[in-house]
Design a protein. Structure first.
Lengths: 165, 566
């Protein structure tokens, strides 16, 4: 099963090397990884989605926790949380097909962020299945030129931040 | 206090009470070496950076202090890699200070530039690249703290060349502030109660000790616990020495080359107390069948060791100096009852031990390697610091030497590094000048770092180097004999022209030779009595099998037994 981990780390050079080095060395099955600054400038938050059973998941958490740069890990899988991913999709679009693409964009509550003679760029945030679904429709009906996805980010509901959990 | 970065490093090493560093100079560390010129601790100049890092490792294992090694950038730093990985696998506290090219040159493929931080990330407990001089005191304070606390390990501090010369206002921090590193000492006492309940239920208990006991210097309380329970004891390679080998409850080493009794007890026990062990594949054999009738209780300071290889029924996470006394306190009250309950089992495993001792056939014409170890054990009364290289001789030492005290057996267990032995022995001797230090090494392994014989001579480290010269890469040849139809692909050293006595003499070391069994006692006694370093070239038979042996991936009770062929 998939686990979503919120990993709080020191915002220092080399931290991502340590994290990715560990994941590679221990042969962990990582599905996505997304990093960015937080409300505290000296802390970076990394959301890691890891595939594996309970024992494997425990190893990922324990091994990551051993890294000196890792301040705190909380497993958001079991708690009520908001999970999002952002995607930008460059899709083939002619004068004739624009209307249909707009229709699809509307249904998925996505946005058009760029348009030119041959293409449109669509922005959508949502959970993984929703993004997979729009990609599928656009590919089948119009053809996708390129896609960029951020990987999942997640935040627990309620007042308690991950660092205090 | 105003000083340069180089001076700040010397000052910080003094603050950490470092009494010796091992190293090799070079371009990027010129400024640091200039400051070392008048440092009041020793610097040992080895002949190769790999020698320096293994020496620092041997020093750390023998003394329990943090070993320190210095090397220059690029090749100097990359030559440390094997030694850092060796220390990492065996959880040895090291601080490696490497020079890096100057900050403006980093990332431009400059002369002697290597990304040693990137290279050593998977083989260090932590590592740093210092580009600002004001970071140096904090980084060094953290490096030593991280290396020696919790589960120990190597830390690399890579320092850009211009940082050594830059000025700072030096102040050594009193304490470290690391949000992400809080090594725990004490764990949960309720778990100790649960462990105690399991002990009271066990009919076939077994205590399984490992390197964690040596590393945490907890062998005293461990011995009390063992004697209060009366339970039989087995050990990993790294746990040897933490309990005297001749202890009446000790069954010897477990695993691929373990004793019959240790392996059978593991297979049959109903409760296993794994203390400072990591259930390595050389110990477990076929993992799914390892101690499959037992509840396993795992004591370790590193939470990530729990359930890594073997699933634990109970976990006791914390320092052994916390958990063992807490358990002992409970056990003492019911000592007689525990002994009584396990009596028939204990008698059974001790019978296995008596009926299936380690054996070999002594030869009249040939010097058997096992006989050499038994002789050394007798001559030193188990009082020496024993260092080995890697291979057949290493396992024979583990089987046949009578260890008496902790930290007296230094060997590369996890990584299995050939070439480790000689420099590690020098480091141990440097740290313990009054103890006899004896190295067992093969004719293969000695050549991997034989340049350090010159270091032994230069500093007059009185290490006794016993070369088991069987003109073969014995361990690999044994596997070829057993599993590859006797096709000795590149393992025979027969007809090679190295004369180890002359090699020793050329380096300034006394060289002796043993070719017949009747010479053995006399020559060994002479070697031990000779001041300064001595090499003894001991001609041993080419095809002696190391037994017992559990083939890789087999169950522990599927041992190949038997004596040895001459």
């Amino acid at each position: 099963m998939k686990h979503t981990l919120a990993v709080l780390v020191e915002n220092r050079p080399g931290v991502l090397t340590h994290i990715s080095g560990l994941i590679s060395r221990r042969a962990f099955n990582i599905e996505s990884i997304a990093a960015g600054y937080t409300e505290e400038p000296d802390t970076t938050r990394i959301t890691i989605v890891v595939e594996g059973n309970e024992i494997e998941q425990e190893q990922v958490v324990n091994q990551l926790s051993k890294l000196v740069d890792v301040i705190k890990i909380s497993d958001l899988t079991a708690v009520d949380s908001i999970q999002r991913e952002l995607v930008l999709i460059k899709v083939k679009a002619s004068m004739e097909t624009r209307a249909d693409i707009l229709n699809i964009v509307d249904i998925f509550r996505a946005r058009i962020v760029d348009v030119n003679r041959e293409t449109m760029v669509i922005e959508l945030s949502g959970d993984e299945t929703k993004i997979d679904a729009i990609c599928q429709v656009l590919e089948d009906d119009h053809g996708i030129i390129e896609i960029v996805r951020t990987g999942k980010i997640a935040l627990a509901r309620g007042p308690i931040p991950a660092k205090d959990q | 206090m105003k000083m340069t970065g180089a001076e700040a490093i010397i000052e910080s090493l003094k603050n950490e009470k470092v009494d010796v560093v091992f190293g090799y100079p070079g371009g990027a560390v010129l400024t640091l070496y200039d400051a070392l010129y008048q440092a009041d601790f020793k610097h040992i100049l080895t002949k190769h950076e790999q020698g320096a890092v293994h020496a620092a490792d041997g020093y750390a294992r023998a003394t329990g202090k943090v070993g320190v090694v210095i090397a220059t950038s690029g090749p100097g730093a990359t030559n440390l890699v094997t030694g850092i990985a060796t220390a990492y696998m065996d959880s040895i506290p090291l601080v490696a200070i490497t020079g890096q090219v100057a900050v403006p040159l980093i990332g431009r493929d400059s002369f002697q530039e290597a990304d040693i931080r990137g290279i050593t990330t998977p083989i260090t407990k932590h590592n740093y690249l210092v580009k600002k001089v004001e970071d140096l005191p904090r980084v060094l304070k953290e490096a030593f703290y991280i290396a020696r606390t919790g589960r120990p390990g190597p830390v690399v501090v890579d320092v850009a060349k211009d940082v050594f010369a830059a000025a700072l206002d030096y102040q050594y921090p009193q304490e470290v502030k690391l949000r992400g590193y809080r090594p725990l000492f004490a764990g949960n006492l309720e778990t100790i109660d649960k462990v105690f309940e399991e002990l009271k239920l066990a009919q076939k208990p077994l205590i399984f000790i490992g390197g964690g006991v040596n590393l945490s210097d907890s062998s005293g309380v461990l011995k009390d616990l063992i004697e209060q329970t009366g339970f039989p004891v087995i050990s990993t390679l790294m746990g040897l020495g933490s309990l005297p080998s001749d202890h009446p409850q000790f069954l010897g080493m477990v695993g691929m080359h373990g004793t019959y009794a240790a392996n059978m007890a593991t297979t049959e026990c109903d409760l296993m107390l794994g203390i400072g062990v990591r259930f390595d594949d050389r110990v477990t054999g076929l993992l799914s069948e390892f101690a499959s009738k037992a509840k396993i209780i795992h004591f370790d300071i590193d939470p990530a060791e729990i359930n890594k290889n073997v699933l634990a029924h109970l976990r006791v996470v914390g320092d052994l100096n916390w958990s063992l006394p807490a358990l002992l306190q409970r056990v003492e009250v019911v000592s007689d009852k525990l002994k009584e309950q396990a009596r028939s089992w204990t008698e059974k495993v001790l019978d296995w031990q008596r009926e299936n001792p380690l054996t070999y056939e002594p030869q009249t014409e040939l010097v058997m390697p096992q006989a050499v170890i038994e002789k050394v054990s007798e001559l030193t009364q188990g009082d020496a610091v024993i260092v080995t290289d890697v291979g057949q001789h290493q396992m024979w030492v583990a089987q046949y030497y009578g260890f008496k005290s902790p930290r007296s057996f230094l060997t590369s267990g996890g990584l299995g590094t050939m070439g480790y032995g000689l420099p590690a022995a020098l480091g141990a001797q440097c740290g313990l000048p009054d103890r006899p230090v004896i190295l067992f090494v093969g004719d293969g392994g000695i050549m991997m770092n034989c340049q350090e014989l010159a270091t032994a001579a230069n500093y007059n480290f009185p290490v006794k180097v016993l070369i088991f010269n069987n003109q073969s890469l014995g361990m690999v040849a044994q596997w070829q004999r057993m599993f590859y139809g006797g096709r000795y692909s590149h393992t025979s050293l027969k007809g090679q022209h190295t004369d180890f006595v002359k090699l020793a003499e050329a380096m300034g070391v006394t060289g002796l030779r043993v070719t017949k069994p009747e010479e053995l006692g006399l020559v060994l006694a002479e070697a031990l009595a000779t001041p300064g370093p001595v090499v003894v070239d001991i001609r041993t038979p080419e095809t002696v099998d190391l037994l017992p042996m559990v083939p890789a991936g087999a169950r522990l009770d599927q041992m190949i037994m038997g004596g040895t062929e001459g």
